[in-house]
Structure formats: structure tokens, C-alpha cells
Design a protein around this ligand. Structure first.
Ligand code: KIV
Ligand code: ZN
Length: 505
């Protein structure tokens, strides 16, 4: 069966999701998981945009060995040189260069004539070839470009040595039949296109990214660019899990395979959600928490009799274990370590100790510990962000007829600092007390809470977005007490801010 290559852009286009910025270590962690997932290409970043992106691409080339590592670059010498430098140690590196080819992009964004754009594209590919043998070229906003000009640009860059031609539906404007036809017409018109890999990169502004990508595959595209959980600019990119599971579940219709180990999909989705701070909507196809839940009596009855009555794929095919309780208060280190191994975590001894301590603490408060709790514990404890500030104690008084107050004690470098404040509710009061302790003022832009598992004693997971002087910063915290989880999330955001300032990110 013919293969469709899976090009993952979670770390590049996905990171362009508002508020989803990742540290270098977080990117490395996701890259390692993408390797386990089996993607063919990891687009690791856009090195010219920041030293952090450059470093992330460089580190990923050193620590991830199987997938091709791609680095994005505008069709400008500086960008291409930075991408080439970042990929220097890559076993299998790819410079991905792009320029807008639609009339609206050329006139208003680039202020260049079509002939100037054509020359820039040609030169960019030529220069990129000096750094890597495989160069990918994208005519940005291809779906709103003049077809004859689009083909002219593609032919020119193929002649300069581009080996992958990617057709982006940059603004998510196209419809499946139309996009499939565009791919077919390019295949028919452009000399040399059969010697390249034809790729597609769809955005989901009209909710058609997955359908467009699959229609393109039917007409000759052999690489799909996509992101975990459909992350990406605006409404996001084609969701990796959707195209992969569509190709697998409907192999009878599409007749294509991918290299993806689908049992790693759920774990990858959870990791990306946790590290980016972007929740997955419950009804999201494949990885939403309702994707395999049956509510109506008729459906439940059918599934109990035979799963295939209402399930077109099994939860286990994406790595949802389905078994409930895993560990409890009396479970020992060995069982804990083994379970983590099954969940894909290989921890160093000191990391295991930290995680085990947190597990025991949680087991004292919560009777049943589920896989989701374990994943949360590990990801919270094993973080690259130094805990400059840690929450030591919190006490709040609140009610519907009294002014809420909070007393908070925070540890910094072994020293304790305590403050009290009142506010509009206990979370506001706690945040004001923390502001007094740290002297850092942050505006709260977004606050959400979510229970990690079912049950009244579930861990409450709080995700917040705050704004300091620069970009949005995400903070995360979890506890069986939601006020404590809120305070932890706020302190986590402050620690991230301090880390960013120290590392000039
Ligand atoms: O959406 C887009 O056009 C892109 C390109 C850089 C490929 O992300
Ligand atoms: Zn894009």
C-alpha cells in the first residue's frame, strides 16, 4: 500500500496558537514523543524569529534521530542561513522556505511584483540547497493565487532543486473538491512535479482542513502537514489524529498507510495539551474526552452487545487504556515505576523519587489514583522551569455574604514570605497576596478549571494565562483543592516569567 508522509508542525505552526509558547525543554519533550508516535517529519521551529527557536531546532536535531527535522525560513538569505545553521548537526535536515504568491499577499504584505517574488523564491531555494539536500518550498496562500503564476513559481523552484512542494491553504479558504482539483491540476501542469513529494498544509478557518487534506491525497498529494490537537494559527491546522485515523479506519476507501503508531496518539495529545496549556474540546474527534463515550441508552446497549454497533474504531487503537483504577495508597515504588513505564515515562532515580513523593501525597487525599492523575503528577514534578517560588501554605475565608480573604505563605530560596489580602472571591484574594509577596504584577487574561478524572475527590487542574510586560504566559496547577490549584497555577506562571527573563526568551 502506498504511504502518505506525516509532517508534524505542532512545534512551529502549532506554537503560533495564541498563548501556546513552549520552552526549549518542553519542545524537546514533545519532539521525543513525536518520534515515538512515528511522524516522518518534525517541523521544529522558525530559527530566524528568536534565539529560543534557533536553540530548540538545534537541540532537537541532536536528540531526535529518526524523523526528518525541518526548519522554517522566509525566502530571505538571513532566514535561510539561520535555518541552515540550526540544522547543521541534523542527520536528516530540511529547510522549508516560503513566500506569498497570491495577489493580495504580494501587493499588501510584500509590496513586490510577481516577477520579484519569483526571483526571491528561486534564490531562496538555491541558497537553501547549499545547506540541505532536501528543500521544501511553500507558495503561501496558494489557494488564492493565480493558477498560471503558481505553476510558474513551482516549476522555477523545482528547477532550483526543491524536492518537496507544499501547497498551503493558508487562510482555510478552500473546499474539498476545489482543493483536490487544484492538486490534480498542479500534477498535470507542472513539469518535474512527479519527481517531488507534493505536500498540503491546510488551515481550519471553515472547519474543512481535514477534508481538504484527504481530498488532496486522493488527487496525488503524498505529504500532509498537520498538528497534534489541530493546533495552529487562528482556527488551527489539520489535526494529525484526524487524518491519520481517517486513513486507517477508511483504508478501504483511501488505500493509503502512514508510519504512525496510533496507540501513541492519546498520550501525545495529552502531553501537548498539558505543555501548551490549551485544553482539547470534549467533543473533538479522536482525542476529545467524549470521543468514545456513549450517552444514550440505545447506544450503550448496542456497544455492550457489540462495540462495532456504534464505534468505528476502538479506544485502544489510539492508546486509551480504558481500565479505571490503577494504583492506591498502599501501592509501592515498584508498582508505581512499572505503571509509569507502561505509560511511556522513563524517569531518572531522582525524578522518580520526586514523582513518588507527590503520588503518596495525592494518595492520602484521594482514594483512587487513575492514569490521568499519574501523568499529571509526573509532568508537574519533572519540569524544566525552576521553582523559584513555591507555595507553602494557603488559607482562605470566603462566603456569599463576606469579603473573601487569603493568607498565603511562599518559599523563595529557603526563606518564607507571608502576606494576606482580600478580594472578589478567594482566588482573587490569593492572587493579590501572592502579588504582594513577589512584587510582580500580572493581569489575569484567562482562567479555566477542569477535573483530571471523574469523582468528587478528583484533581482539579487549573490553567491560566497572564500578561506581564511582554507575551502571554501560561500557568498550570493541580490539587484536590481548587483554590490551592489556582494559587499553584499563578505561582507556576510567575516561575515561567522569571525563567523567561533569565533566559532572555
Ligand atoms: O499557513 C501557511 O501558509 C504556512 C506556511 C509557512 C507553510 O504556515
Ligand atoms: Zn500554516
Amino acid at each position: 500500500m502506498e504511504r502518505v508522509f506525516i509532517f508534524d508542525t505542532t512545534l512551529r505552526d502549532g506554537e503560533q496558537t495564541p498563548g501556546a509558547s513552549l520552552t526549549v525543554r518542553e519542545k524537546l519533550e514533545i519532539a521525543r514523543q513525536l518520534e515515538k508516535l512515528g511522524v516522518d517529519v518534525i517541523e521544529a521551529g522558525f530559527p530566524a524569529t528568536s534565539p529560543g527557536d534557533f536553540e530548540a531546532v538545534r537541540r532537537i536535531t541532536q536528540e531526535v534521530s529518526v524523523p526528518v527535522i525541518a526548519a522554517l525560513a522566509r525566502a530571505l538569505p538571513f532566514d535561510i542561513e539561520r535555518a541552515g545553521e540550526a540544522l547543521k548537526k541534523a542527520k536528516n535536515g530540511r529547510v522549508h522556505t516560503f513566500i506569498g504568491t497570491s495577489p493580495i499577499h504580494m501587493k499588501y504584505q510584500l509590496n513586490k511584483s510577481p516577477q520579484q517574488v519569483l526571483q526571491l523564491a528561486r534564490k531562496a531555494v538555491k541558497l537553501a540547497r547549499e545547506y540541505t539536500s532536501k528543500v521544501e518550498f511553500s507558495p503561501m496562500d496558494a489557494t488564492r493565487s493565480d493558477f498560471v503564476f503558481l505553476c510558474e513559481v513551482i516549476e522555477a523552484v523545482i528547477n532550483e532543486g526543491a524536492g518537496v512542494i507544499n501547497i498551503p491553504d493558508t487562510v482555510g479558504y478552500s473546499a474539498p473538491e476545489e482543493f483536490g482539483n487544484l492538486i490534480q491540476r498542479i500534477m498535470e501542469k507542472v513539469p518535474g512535479i512527479n519527481e517531488t513529494i507534493l505536500s498540503v498544509h491546510c488551515h481550519d478557518d471553515l472547519g474543512m482542513a481535514t477534508a481538504n487534506s484527504l481530498a488532496a491525497v486522493k488527487k496525488g498529494a503524498r505529504q500532509i502537514e498537520c498538528a497534534i490537537n489541530g493546533l495552529g494559527e487562528r482556527a488551527g491546522n489539520t489535526s494529525l489524529e484526524e487524518v491519520v485515523m481517517a486513513l486507517k479506519t477508511r483504508q478501504d476507501f483511501f488505500s493509503f498507510s502512514t508510519s504512525i503508531h496510533t496507540q501513541q496518539i492519546y498520550r501525545t495529545s495529552r502531553l501537548v495539551s498539558r505543555l501548551t496549556g490549551i485544553f482539547v474540546q470534549p467533543n473533538k474527534a479522536i482525542v476529545g474526552e467524549n470521543a468514545f463515550r456513549h450517552e444514550s441508552g440505545i447506544h450503550q446497549d448496542g456497544v455492550l452487545k457489540k462495540a462495532a454497533t456504534f464505534e468505528i474504531m476502538s479506544p485502544s487503537s489510539i492508546g486509551v487504556k480504558g481500565e479505571g483504577l490503577v494504583l492506591g495508597k498502599l501501592s509501592g515504588r515498584h508498582a508505581f515505576k512499572e505503571r509509569l513505564k507502561e505509560l511511556g515515562f522513563l524517569l531518572k532515580d531522582e525524578e522518580l523519587e520526586l514523582a513518588f513523593g507527590a503520588f503518596k501525597e495525592l494518595a492520602d487525599k484521594k482514594k483512587n489514583i487513575y492514569d490521568e492523575d499519574l501523568v499529571f503528577i509526573v509532568e508537574e514534578k519533572i519540569s524544566e522551569i525552576p521553582e523559584v517560588y513555591t507555595l507553602d501554605y494557603i488559607h482562605t475565608v470566603t462566603g456569599n455574604k463576606i469579603l473573601s480573604t487569603a493568607t498565603v505563605r511562599v518559599k523563595k530560596k529557603g526563606e518564607m514570605f507571608q502576606e494576606a489580602a482580600c478580594g472578589d472571591g478567594p482566588v482573587d484574594a490569593a492572587y493579590k497576596a501572592i502579588d504582594r509577596i513577589t512584587g510582580i504584577r500580572l493581569a489575569l487574561v484567562d482562567y479555566s478549571i477542569h477535573s483530571v478524572t471523574g469523582g468528587k475527590d478528583a484533581l482539579g487542574e487549573v490553567m491560566i494565562k497572564v500578561k506581564g510586560e511582554g507575551d502571554l504566559i501560561t500557568g498550570k496547577g493541580a490539587s484536590t483543592d481548587i483554590i490551592e490549584a489556582s494559587a499553584k497555577a499563578y505561582i507556576n506562571a510567575i516561575n515561567r516569567l522569571v525563567y523567561r527573563q533569565r533566559n532572555n526568551k
